[in-house]
Design a protein around this ligand. Structure first.
Ligand SMILES: [Zn+2]
Ligand SMILES: [Zn+2]
Length: 319
């Protein structure tokens, strides 16, 4: 997890600026690859994946780069993947899937459009597997995006990376021995967030509505909001019980009780910021107040700094 910040610094540049990256000459490349592929190939060597059994035929695949956690549901059509990590590590990821589960991925569901959850779409899509996502995910990927809070530009995705099957509200997949419930939560981390509920296994992949152990990013420029995050968590809590295992977008597995603590944190930081804004505080004044000092030490040193997180909340709640 500690490398998530550097991942965002490098992978977003890889996606957004392509060949602008300086490429070490020793990177392994084929003769026909260009400089951006070389940078990506080098990144691939550095990333390792850990396969964590969750319950039944559900697994979590977690990358050493701290990018989005992948959920896997094994069964007759081959592993169904939830999210596809960053670009440039997909061959490595495919090898891990093949060696662990003896099958190529049979289907891919994206929890939202961010590059660290859809980065493998192009390579996986080229194998002919079907990609499923909320309609806003396809729209945002096709159009290209600017993440204002991180000052990053993501170019439009190629056709083979785009979800071929989209939905608006919810759908159910009856494959691999599961009734997999797939549903949209509105304007939470983005405007395309999807929760995946493996009912038989009693496992839920929350996407980036939940960050476990670090401040969550809320992508206001993609339609996200702190209030939507809290509503999304409430919808997850409503379908979870004490035995449910939760795969967060980032960080280790968590329980329902830990999700309740996460909700308390979200409500607390929301209410503190709303009160400061109601008092007419400027962003500068709010930052000087260190409103979330009690959380900053544990949650504010892995990805978003306390200042970045407070700025996102301020911009969201003062709209
Ligand atoms: Zn993410
Ligand atoms: Zn995200």
């Amino acid at each position: 997890m500690t490398s998530l910040k550097s991942l965002l610094a490098t992978a977003l540049v890889t996606v957004g600026l392509g060949g602008a990256i300086a490429v070490p000459t020793h990177a392994h490349t084929n003769a026909h690859t260009h400089s951006n592929d070389a940078a990506v190939a080098q990144a691939e060597d550095a990333v390792t994946f850990q396969v964590i059994p969750v319950r039944g035929n559900v697994y979590m695949v977690s990358g050493s780069n701290g990018a989005g956690n992948i959920g896997v549901l094994t069964g007759e059509i081959g592993p169904i993947l939830i999210d596809s990590q960053v670009p440039g590590v997909t061959n490595n990821l495919q090898n891990v899937i093949l060696s662990e589960f003896n099958r190529r991925a049979g289907l891919l569901i994206n929890t939202h459009w961010h590059f660290d959850h859809t980065g493998g779409n192009r390579v996986l899509g080229e194998t002919g597997l079907t990609i499923i996502a909320h309609e806003n995910v396809r729209e945002r990927m096709a159009a290209g995006q600017v993440i204002e809070a991180l000052d990053r530009t993501i170019p439009p995705a190629p056709a083979e990376a785009l979800p071929a099957v989209t939905f608006t509200d919810s759908m159910v997949l009856h494959v691999n021995g599961e009734a997999t419930q797939i549903f949209h939560v509105s304007n939470a981390h983005t405007d395309g967030d999807t929760i995946i509920h493996f009912k038989n296994a009693n496992v839920i992949h929350t996407g980036d509505v939940v960050f476990n152990g670090l401040y969550p990013f809320i992508d206001v420029s993609s339609g996200g909001s702190i209030n939507g995050m809290i509503d999304g968590v409430d919808q997850i809590l409503a379908i979870a019980n004490d035995d449910t295992k939760l795969i967060p977008g980032h960080g280790p597995l968590l329980t329902r009780a830990e999700l309740v603590e996460y909700r308390t944190m979200l409500v607390t930081v929301r209410d503190r910021m709303a009160a400061a804004i109601a008092e007419g505080k400027t962003l500068e004044q709010v930052l000087a107040m260190n409103l979330n000092a009690d959380y900053d030490e544990t949650l504010g040193n892995i990805f978003l700094s306390p200042e970045q997180f407070a700025t996102i909340l301020y911009n969201d709640l003062s709209r």
